[in-house]
Design a protein. Structure first.
Length: 298
């Protein structure tokens, strides 16, 4: 039996009178457990960016959501704890997105399936460790293998029981110093490209690399962790792309460097007819910057 939804997907609701006045929960919070119903309401909107929040659909079935806490490191207390344990506690989670002042649009029911840390800033601009939740759309089947979502020495390892403390100051210093970044970012790239190489369709996650389009060292703090600045690539394509020996047109068609002979490309399986089929408009500005570097070297 499928539990009836108390809200209609796509419908706009007055947050105070049509949600909290009926079901309870703090109408000013982003994560709102109800004391009277087995419900948790989560709200996503553009205003959260000032506190280091950025949420969104990484693919049609996976929504990433930033934990609560406007200053200091986030921890698994209050709303964050309720979200982490909602399945165990028999709570349902309903996702709303901002629509206009006082009004929100119901998107769907979601379920927790993963969490990881990421480095961000708080309200005052201070660097802190944040929590990134990964939710799947209720009823969706995500081809997810936790042991393959991370890469040794590049990202934080997955946490099997999610009962952990934020990294200390020394550990935190290394969170965003690598090219890939850390666990939450790699996972977002994997979900964004739907678990396969953007070029070849190769789908072995333990081999694929989350590669920045604009290199880490040339990106600002926001660009370093922007999911639109990432491609999921097989090792050969990642190495060539990282060194600007290949790039891609806005159409997704591959561009080969003149520095390497076509026969040499062919020896490693690159034939010059490859194409990325599902670039978004948000990838294009990053690709344009990558192509500028590509053409400078050719």
């Amino acid at each position: 039996m499928i539990d009836r939804l108390p809200f209609i997907p796509g419908q706009v609701y007055n947050r105070r009178s049509e949600i909290h006045a009926i079901y309870g929960g703090n109408w000013q919070s982003g994560i709102c457990p109800s004391a009277s119903y087995p419900y948790i309401f989560i709200f996503s909107g553009k205003s959260g960016k000032q506190h280091g929040y950025e949420d969104g659909w990484d693919n049609p079935n996976v929504f990433t959501y930033t934990g609560e806490g406007q200053s200091g490191d986030m921890s698994f207390t209050k709303g964050n704890l309720a979200l982490r344990d909602h399945l165990k506690n028999g709570k349902r989670v309903f996702l709303f997105e901002s629509y206009s002042k006082g009004y929100v649009k119901f998107k769907c029911e979601v379920e927790f399936f993963d969490v990881d840390y990421f480095e961000t800033h708080d309200t005052s601009g201070e660097t802190r460790v944040g929590i990134k939740f990964f939710f799947q759309r209720k009823g969706a089947k995500v081809p997810y293998q936790a042991t393959l979502m991370t890469q040794p020495n590049k990202v934080l390892e997955p946490f099997a029981d999610y009962d952990f403390k934020p990294p200390n100051k020394t550990e935190r210093k290394g969170l965003v110093t690598s090219r890939v970044g850390q666990g939450a970012y790699r996972k977002r790239i994997i979900h964004r490209w739907e678990y396969k190489c953007a070029v070849t369709g190769f789908d072995k996650l333990d081999v694929l690399i989350a590669s920045h389009i604009v290199p880490w060292k040339d990106s600002n703090d926001n660009e370093k962790l922007d999911v639109n600045n990432g491609l999921l690539l097989s090792p050969t394509y990642d190495a060539l792309f990282d060194r600007h020996f290949i790039s891609f047109e806005d159409s997704g068609k591959i561009i080969l460097s003149d520095i390497i002979e076509l026969q040499a490309f062919e020896k490693i399986g690159v034939i010059g007819r490859e194409k990325i089929n599902n670039l978004s408009q948000y990838n294009l500005a990053f690709l344009d910057r990558h192509r500028n570097r590509f053409y400078e070297g050719n």
